[in-house]
Design a protein around this ligand. Sequence first.
Ligand SMILES: [Zn+2]
Length: 423
Amino acid sequence: MKWKVVRFGAGSLAAALLSVQSNGAEAQQFHGLTVGTYAPCDFGCTPFPPVTVSAAEIDNMFNAATNILRDDVDGAGDADQFCDVSLFRQQEVEPFMAGDGDVDSNEDFWNVSEYGSSYGHTNFVKIVRSITYCGRTGFFEGCAPIGPRNSVVITEGAVRSAGAGFVLAHEVGHSVSLGHQDGSPENIMYPYVLSSAHGVWPWQCSAYNAPVDGDGPGYNPFTPRGPMDATAKFPQDDHPRMDFSGVSIEEAAHRTYVDLVPAEVADYYGDEDVAVLTRMLHDPREADHHAKIAQLIGLIASGRDTRHTSALLELVKSRAAARDAHASATISLGYLAHRGDHAAFSFLAHHARDIKSPVVAWAIQALGLSGREDARAELSRLERDADDDEKSARPGRARRLFRQALRDNDDVRGRGLRAYYGR
Ligand SMILES: [Zn+2]
């Protein structure tokens, strides 16, 4: 087993410096979008195309987020108010390199997060290709821990999506210390952003307008430089149940889910809906939604129909599919393996062993999510091999990924996938 292949990442992610303005005066500076630091890529690295979002697409996202925050949907009502804040790009979008563009572990997340902090810039928004770890393993469109200002990370798929403004407004909300609002689907801090979720309350607006305090509350405001606090909490503990009654499967596939596609979709849909979803996977007009569709298939499918597994495998192998669709489909194979699908398990076990596979890291994560005994045995064996090869004091990326997957595996086996996702 050769884990010490060292290659250098050749891609770049994008970052933009985001500014927030209120009442015409600059209240705080966010730094726009960036992706990556130039780090040796020693595991599962594939030459990857750089993030290709344009400055115009990023500006559209900032404008949409500003409009959502400034909108007063209910007039004199108390569910929403005009929030006098503007989010805009302060400087050129710049490429950055941190890791390989796919955020798939806690270490990865903080590595990407930290970019820009050594410049004293604390409001970079980073654009990456995919996020499969945000406090827990899954598929995410955006991620931001509560507090640190420099930690807003968004996928390029989300930037291009119709829900981009909601994703940014929500994640920036986390970065200015706002947590989730479980009981208020109309609020911007509801965990799953709906197109009706424009709501901003006065105290939330004050948080958006608070002056920059280094890396967020609890950090020294006079020393915004230096390493990020990697112990900041991800907004994962609160998770309201989402009601899909009366929502067609097509509509569910077109929604924006900021944090996760909620696991309770399984209560509302069945294999006949998965048949509709697999047809949507073959429709190029649905390409922007393929990553979400793959999540829905993984969460809903009973694991008894091999055509569902085939549809996901096809997506993973498709050269036409976007990187985040590959990530989502691989993670979803873990859900099917959890429900006993052997083909899904075999695929994951094979790719978890193959350091050259473009999906190796996601396959390892998915084996964790499968919660299976045989997956655990495989992960332990691979971790031992990685240990044998790595003599350095600091655990390598491979070993950290295996450890994270082993923790997930124990967790899912112990309490089930639904409880792992807070349901
Ligand atoms: Zn959130």
